[in-house]
Design a protein around this ligand. Structure first.
Ligand SMILES: Nc1ncnc2c1ncn2[C@@H]1O[C@H](COP(=O)(O)OP(=O)(O)O)[C@@H](O)[C@H]1O
Ligand SMILES: [Mg+2]
Length: 343
């Protein structure tokens, strides 16, 4: 049995000041269309898949789709009209005193793989001339180690319905409580607002990752977002911290360069070195029902996939550093589970 050592200090309330194994990352920015979903989906997938030659160890990942638009769910070809329980049901669960059994709400890697393969087949049903053809789904269309807590339009009622419920701000935190010890990463995709759903994400998370589109108004919403984070820290979740800022939709223009250097000047080392370029293959990936990091090999020709893999490497390096700082060995939960099964 591998011993997990931790020097993490404990606060007076008994809660750990910093649990190095708790990696709940909310991907947040109240601006719409700045690549929150794209970033959450591609990061979750590449961290789950891992890439040993790049030094990314495969990890057990849960992706939470907390946007009523359900774009993160659609990114894997999930048919939102046929969902069983969703994140909405988890938030509204008022039954009994027990914590909800999270497994009953999740889509497993096997089902996610099936839905991606089905979506790929549908997309490639016709050739360029419109003739029908059966194409074999490539073997690389699959995910392991990635679970999805899906959402659909039903969640749009949650903001209003939650308003009168007890514990309205911490319902996601409660719902995910049993998952914290199961997953290496929990990544939450949030809606483009600072409403109750986003507050739930920031209450459940201990890290915030902010995608920022390299465009003129990029910094305008940032002070409002930072204020909201401070407010959440003070009132609801003192453990919340900024994990990093990812610059997205970068193009080699003077505007993009000005904006990205301004963001770097403000936030310095908190900005990831990787800049996600504006690339059509990233935007087209949801059509094929799989994230670009699965569809395209991360080579120079596939700059979209390459960029997200390199962001995943930075994220995993930051996590390694944090864990090292708090005296935990680097063995991921996934590896621990495997080793425990062998014993
Ligand atoms: N790097 C990129 N290059 C081109 N298109 C992108 C890129 N990132 C995201 N998109 C597209 O831009 C739109 C908004 O991205 P999305 O991730 O849905 O943003 P958000 O979740 O913040 O609203 C989507 O259509 C998406 O496919
Ligand atoms: Mg989105």
């Amino acid at each position: 049995m591998i011993k997990v050592q931790s020097r993490a200090r404990t606060t007076r309330g008994g809660e750990r000041e910093m649990d190095p194994y708790k990696m709940i990352i909310a991907c947040t920015n109240q601006k719409g269309g700045c690549a929150k979903t794209t970033t959450a989906v591609n990061l979750a997938t590449s961290l789950a898949e891992g890439n040993l030659s790049r030094g990314i160890e495969p990890a057990k990942v849960l992706l939470v789709d907390l946007d009523p638009q359900g774009n993160a769910s659609t990114s894997f070809g999930v048919d939102k009209s046929k969902l069983g329980r969703t994140v909405y049901d988890l938030l509204m669960n008022d039954l009994g005193e027990e914590l909800p059994i999270l497994d009953e709400y999740l889509i497993s890697p096997e089902i996610l793989t099936d839905s991606m393969r089905e979506a790929w087949k549908n997309q490639h049903r016709y050739d360029k001339d419109g003739a029908k053809k059966e194409k074999k789904v490539p073997n690389y269309i699959k995910v392991e180690n990635l679970w999805l807590l899906p959402s659909n339009i039903q969640l749009s009622g949650a903001e209003i319905e939650l308003a009168t419920r007890i514990g309205r701000e911490t319902r996601l935190k409660e719902g995910l409580a049993t998952a914290i010890h199961e997953f290496d990463y929990i990544i939450i995709d949030t809606p483009p607002s600072l409403g109750l759903l986003t507050i739930n994400a920031l209450a459940a998370a201990n890290w915030v990752l902010i995608p920022v589109q390299t465009e003129y108004y990029a910094l305008e919403g940032m002070s409002q977002l930072m204020n909201s984070i401070k407010l959440i820290q003070r009132r609801i979740n003192p453990h919340l911290k900024l994990f990093g800022i990812a610059l997205t939709m970068y193009q080699k223009t003077r505007l993009c360069n000005t904006v990205s250097s301004e963001v770097r000047r403000h936030f310095d080392k908190q900005v990831f070195g990787t800049m996600i370029p504006r690339i059509i293959s990233i935007a087209e990936a949801p059509l094929e029902g799989a994230p670009v990091v699965i569809l395209k090999k991360p080579t120079k020709r596939n700059k979209g996939s390459q960029a997200y893999w390199s962001l995943a490497k930075e994220v995993s390096d930051r996590v390694k550093k944090l864990r090292y700082k708090y005296g935990v060995n680097e063995t991921s939960r996934l590896k621990l589970h495997r080793l425990q099964q062998i014993e």
